[in-house]
Design a protein around this ligand. Structure first.
Ligand SMILES: [Zn+2]
Length: 67
């Protein structure tokens, strides 16, 4: 079967790497990136594993290159 599909892309606001999700729901792409791929949403932006930094004292995540 050939079928047209809608996809959403989770794109890192730091390094611009991305993961494509074959889902018609943008919220799914966001949730899977965060819960399955370890991405973090920080101040409304998405950061991949490489671009996030955990602050142990405050127990919060920050973008890596802004410190
Ligand atoms: Zn990144």
């Amino acid at each position: 079967m050939i079928r047209e599909v809608t996809m959403y892309r989770a794109e890192c606001d730091g390094c611009k790497c991305y993961i494509d999700f074959p889902t018609p729901f943008p919220a799914w792409a966001r949730n899977i990136a965060i819960s399955n791929c370890g991405w973090k949403e920080i101040n409304g932006k998405l950061y991949c594993l490489i671009c996030q930094k955990h602050n142990k004292e405050k127990d919060e995540y920050k973008p890596k290159n802004k410190d």
